[in-house]
Design a protein around this ligand. Structure first.
Ligand code: 3PG
Length: 402
């Protein structure tokens, strides 16, 4: 890709695709990570005299103007993090947006309204891409977390302007490359979450690439059931048992060690404060459900981690939101952080739940890299081609004077 190293932003109108799709509850931003992580790119462009015009989607307004999904409050939060004023235009195309973009001075920053207020955004409509492109001299895509969407602001617009990858995009791609494309072996992956069905492609792609595949979360119950264990009333996918068996066979054929829990923490009721017990996976009683990995599994996983040079982590090992079922995930997160800090392990983590789990464990900033992406991180790990990246590389094939 072209990066900011190949761009002199001075005096140019830079159409910057950021991902300002941050979690908001009761009108308040609950996680500023994506805002904070875009700041270095904006600062670099603005410090060098670029006129920064930020476009982004927010939430899923489905092509309609939904005032509660305005980017205005997020633009205000960005101004605070950036430590300088950020202006806002109530449209992302048309006369108001154009006037705001044209009146920007060198170094100034403008945020435009939610691109998803137009149905053409998700449809990747050529007229929307053209109208967006009109606002800038160059296009910088720094929204890796939206690169799995083939939308007007992530792909269409790149065909009309010289296109560059921003610093966050670059960092994400470098980290993912370190994790799976050119990793130091042995490589391990921790994959947690509720369902095999949503992570099937991911598991299949990973067992081609990693040496150790650790499966946790409710997904592990389906694997245990496929091996013939009684998992009591634990969450499991009855219709995925054959698939689980096939994955285990494929892993064996590929020489990928698939690691499942050897013991679990159980409860009878899925409520805070309910009595718990620990049992080996061969001894799960009827009427009990597994909500976390047990202490023997934690010891086993720590041993596995100590043999690895690279770890990719997506998905918690248990129901970390409901203590004490956070112990497995938290203990392993602390161990990954310790090894990472000691320099023996590179840990690359991603996905919404994973980020919350690492934050809960207090080690979000002790990983080698934590992706800002949810869906895009998963799709990338599944081996899929991300349209936002394809659009950026297409620009290299065209010769547009910068
Ligand atoms: C995300 O949060 O994963 C991205 O911003 C994409 O959002 P979407 O799933 O609504 O397309």
């Amino acid at each position: 890709f072209n990066t900011l190293d190949n761009l002199n932003p001075a005096g140019k109108r830079i159409l910057l695709r950021a991902d300002l799709n941050v979690p908001v509850k009761d009108g308040k931003i609950t996680d500023f990570n994506r805002i904070e992580r875009i700041v270095p790119t904006i600062r670099e462009l603005s410090d060098k005299g670029g006129r920064v015009i930020i476009i982004s989607h927010f939430d899923r307004p489905k092509g309609k103007v939904v005032p509660a999904m305005s980017l205005q409050p997020i633009a205000e939060a960005l101004a605070t993090k950036l430590g300088k004023p950020v202006s806002f235009a109530h449209d992302c195309i048309g006369p108001d947006a154009e006037a705001a973009a044209m009146s920007l001075k060198d170094g100034e920053v403008l945020v435009l309204e939610n691109t998803r207020f137009y149905p053409g955004e998700e449809a990747n409509a050529p007229d929307l891409a053209t109208a967006l492109a009109k606002l800038g001299d160059v296009y910088v895509n720094d929204a890796f977390s939206a690169a799995h969407r083939a939308h007007a602001s992530t792909t269409g617009v790149a065909d009309h302007l010289p296109a560059f990858a921003g610093r966050l995009m670059q960092a994400e791609l470098t980290a993912l490359d370190t994790a799976l494309e050119n990793p130091d072996h042995p490589v391990g992956a921790i994959i947690g979450g509720a369902k095999i069905s949503t992570k099937l492609t991911l598991l299949e792609n990973l067992l081609e690439k990693v040496d150790v595949l650790i499966v946790g979360g409710a997904m592990a119950n389906t694997f245990l059931a496929a091996k013939g264990y009684n998992v009591g009333k634990s969450l499991k996918e009855e219709d995925m048992l054959d698939t689980a068996r096939q994955i285990m066979e494929k892993a064996k054929a590929r020489n990928c060690e698939l690691v499942l829990p050897v013991d679990v923490v159980l409860t009878q009721d899925f409520i805070a404060g309910a009595p718990t017990t620990v049992a080996g996976v061969a001894d799960i009683p009827d009427g009990w459900m597994a909500l976390d990995v047990g202490p023997e599994t934690v010891t086993l996983l720590k041993e596995k981690l100590s043999t690895l040079k690279t770890l990719v982590w997506n998905g918690p090992l248990g129901v970390f939101e409901l203590p004490p079922f956070d112990i497995g995930t938290t203990t392993i997160a602390l161990e990954a952080a310790r090894l990472t800090k000691a320099g023996t392990l590179k840990t690359i983590a991603g996905g919404g739940d994973t980020v919350s789990a690492l934050r809960h464990a207090g080690v979000l900033h002790d990983m080698t890299y934590v992706s800002t992406a949810g869906g895009a991180f998963l799709e990338w790990m599944e081996g899929k081609i991300l349209p936002g990246l394809t659009a950026l590389s297409r620009t290299l094939e065209r010769t547009i004077p910068i």
